[in-house]
Write a protein that binds this ligand. Sequence first.
Ligand code: GBH
Length: 512
Amino acid sequence: MLGSPQLLFYVACFVLAESKVANVNRHEARKFPDGMLLGAATASYQVEGAWDEDGKSENIWDTLTHREPCVIAECHNGDVADNSYHLYKRDVEMMRELGLDFYRFSLSWSRILPTSFPDKINEKGVEYYNNLIDEMLKYNIQPMITLYHWDLPQKLQDMGGWTNPHIVDWFTDYSRIAFELFGDRVKYWFTINEPKEVCYQGYGSASMAPLFTMSGYADYICTKNLLVAHAKVYHMYNNEFRPAQGGTIGIVLSMSFYEPESEEHAEAAEDLTQFEWGIYANPIFSKTGDFPQVMKEKVAAKSKAQGFPRSRLPEFTPEEIELVKGSSDFLAINHYTTTLVYRNESVFGYHASPSYYDDIDVISYKDSSWEGAASSWLKVIPWGFYKLLTKIREDYDNPTIFITENGFSTRQGLVDDDRVSYYRQYLDVMLDAIEDGSDIRVYTAWSLMDNFEWLQGYTERFGLYEVDYESPDRTRTPRKAAYVYKEIIRSRKLDFHYEPDMSLPLTIDEEH
Ligand code: GBH
């Protein structure tokens, strides 16, 4: 049934796509705004290795990859990963080759606090991060630290992890240690990377450690605890550290764009948006705070019909609503792709019940004609990024935005034209959004180098640098995208016509 709105939508997309192409061929190099910071990111478990060295204790990814090795593609694990624990000097050298303004990395909680608690600080672990930070600062590369990028100490998981409300204290105590240890030199802090993935993928499904598949229940409890933990850390930094250290701190949300299949599915797309990231954005960035109204209503109604004595979505107290509201200096966004959404009769009984997706009552999918990456979920839809940035500007009163991740996966290989094209198209629409008034201050490529891509192991590569996992040195080699990104940073311009000469080595420029 091809209704005319649907047809119109496709025609509109086609016209839009065509005009973009024309635009691309025509336009001159575009300038980035003054002061905009350009960098790259990684995360501890994905690159460090040294999983049991120098006093580090186990985290949930050590446990998962050792207990059920082949849950991961090709039974890979992060025991050695990129061996950054030992190769940090090479990592900083790569940052200098690229000319990065900053590097975003995360701390391994169980490397710093092997008991999970501040009763014992692991000096060796601290030394590693001090070395990395000091090496970066020597060359004027700003460190940006994520406190939690998914590698929870196993002992805390054994006590329920993010579903135990005591996590609020555990995370606050750990974060205080991090501010005390590194806050004299680190001025950009992120509390938690992608709460949606922590709570839904980790506690609602089997796609992230701890593979605790209790959707519609454990994921919501995780969400509430996580938001309170984040907010406590924000206020602690604000009250105890900011006056002396003068840094900035916020949360990192994964934000896809949800496009209605046609106009009549606009409400379905908006409902999915509210469940996917409104669940975190509304409590922190809206004027009212709290979970989105539509979520509260839908989960309460479903819970009642299912025979639960109360909503499966926990409530915030009025004090918690106030605590969480406004608890971020900026909105940090990890954005990769776009999804289509519809709702019709076929949704009833489509999802297991009770579950998070059953609560939403929509079906989402990617159009099979969309150009894709090595990761099945990652489709190249720059107009979705543009619409997302526009929506955020309009819905949350134009917050300061940091793009903390954006990138594209391939298989092995150095000539990554698809990645180059992805970066250019996404940066192009980001510049459009800035012209429209979005306050975007930071852009981060994911990733500096190939790394352990969670359940996909080393089969999906996001790196500007390729890493050779066959070599004991974990040799890093720049891809074409590294050359192109370097030129973007050097010139502070996006030039679609720039062709690097890959026969020349990527060398460090004088000023770095
Ligand atoms: C980020 O997660 C992580 O922060 C980083 O560690 C990781 O390596 C990187 O991205 C690349 O994956 O489109 O509905 O099918 C991204 C997590 C995984 C969230 C895929 C969205 C697809 C959902 N994303 N997921 S859907």
